[in-house]
Ligand binder design. Structure first.
Ligand code: ADP
Length: 190
């Protein structure tokens, strides 16, 4: 699939369908989907030192600190399976994390090809999240996560738009149609 974007960030509020789309797009492009949320939850499950440190933060719907996330992401992007591209789901979530990512790419002589924003109305986000019933998905935590997103992550939409990397996709469509819309935005020159 030469010519298509291969270093991709998916941006969107909790409940926008990022995880679902990340898996589908990554499979289609044969690149790894890297979900920092999944990585952190796995660390908590495994009871690792990282997991011990971040468990409470995840349960509260707050953000793990940028320095810890920089370590996690630097290590993960250095793995051989990420050499030829990756799709990031859940990173960056703050301006500092966007800077870290830019630094990692710079050091490797690489560029971010595309940032895809999945757009879904707020009411729909809460409705979906409540239906999802994950251990850390109480209504209070869901609202907290939405608040954290608005405050810390939503500004990255402008940041990437200013750099010409952003493409917005309507997330209020069927799963298949959202995937199709994203794939269209990933096509060369699109
Ligand atoms: P959701 O898809 O519901 O937004 P994720 O699965 O991406 O949530 O992440 C779950 C939790 O993991 C977040 O609420 C946060 O506590 C932590 N987390 C994941 N990625 C990051 C990140 N890049 N920076 C800080 N915390 C993160």
């Amino acid at each position: 699939m030469a010519g298509e974007a291969r270093r991709i960030v998916l941006l969107g509020a909790p409940g926008c369908g990022k995880g679902t789309q990340a898996a589908r797009i990554a499979a289609a492009l044969e690149i790894p989907a890297i979900s920092t949320g999944d990585m952190l939850r796995a660390a908590v499950q495994a009871g690792s030192a990282l997991g011990e440190r971040v468990g409470g933060i995840l349960n509260a719907g707050e953000l793990v600190d940028d320095a810890t996330m920089a370590e996690v992401v630097t290590d993960r992007l250095a793995q051989p399976d990420a050499a030829d591209g990756y799709l990031l789901d859940g990173y960056p979530r703050t301006q500092s994390q966007a800077d870290t990512l830019a630094g990692i790419l710079d050091a490797a002589g690489q560029e971010l090809d595309r940032v895809i924003q999945i757009d879904v109305a707020k009411d729909e986000l809460v409705r979906r999240a409540l239906g999802r019933q994950r251990a850390d998905d109480t209504e209070e935590v869901i609202r907290k996560r939405l608040e954290v997103y608005e405050e810390n992550t939503a500004p990255l939409v402008d940041y990437y738009r200013d750099r010409g990397m952003l493409r917005a996709v309507d997330g209020n469509q069927s799963i298949e149609d959202v995937t199709r819309s994203i794939m269209k935005e990933l096509e060369a020159g699109g």
